[in-house]
Design a protein around this ligand. Structure first.
Ligand SMILES: [Zn+2]
Ligand SMILES: [Zn+2]
Length: 149
């Protein structure tokens, strides 16, 4: 992501937090900025290492608190299968079900929002009397670039 794209994204996040009456503290902002600089999913510990470059006093709880906040606001998604995090590319959209396409070749993660999946999941859970709160569909495989190698 280019610097100007990062700026746009961060100011969008700021606006959303203002509207929601929640605080995007400098630390949360720093973590979001680091996430925006990644082109693939990143683990909490790798993020912590990066954050320590500018905030040497940062500890694991610092990063987990920031990540929890960013998850709650829908700015990032968690990839449960490998315990890593990725920036949401549609975070101005209301909470959405996204399919994360995870490449086992290069580790890239592509986010696709899919009304169709959301619909099926809602139907499925409703029939089961289950209240859906949030869901991330992980799709594992090989990306276009890697399959052409
Ligand atoms: Zn998303
Ligand atoms: Zn790939």
């Amino acid at each position: 992501m280019t610097i100007s794209n990062q700026q746009t994204l961060l100011s969008k996040a700021e606006t959303l937090c203002l509207e929601r009456g929640v605080r995007l503290t400098p630390q949360r902002m720093a973590v979001l900025r680091l996430m925006a600089q990644q082109n693939k999913a990143i683990s909490a510990y790798d993020l912590l290492d990066l954050l320590r470059i500018t905030e040497p006093q940062a500890k694991p709880p610092t990063i987990y608190r920031a990540l929890d906040f960013l998850l709650e606001q829908g700015f990032i998604h968690k990839i449960e299968s490998n315990n890593s995090y990725i920036l949401c590319h549609h975070f101005e959209a209301p909470p959405h079900t996204s399919a994360l396409l995870i490449c086992h070749g290069c580790g890239s993660v592509t986010e696709k929002t899919t009304d169709a999946i959301e619909h099926s999941l809602l139907k499925l859970t409703k029939e089961a009397g289950f209240k859906l709160q949030h869901s991330v569909v992980e799709v594992h495989g090989i990306c276009d670039k890697c399959s052409k190698k």
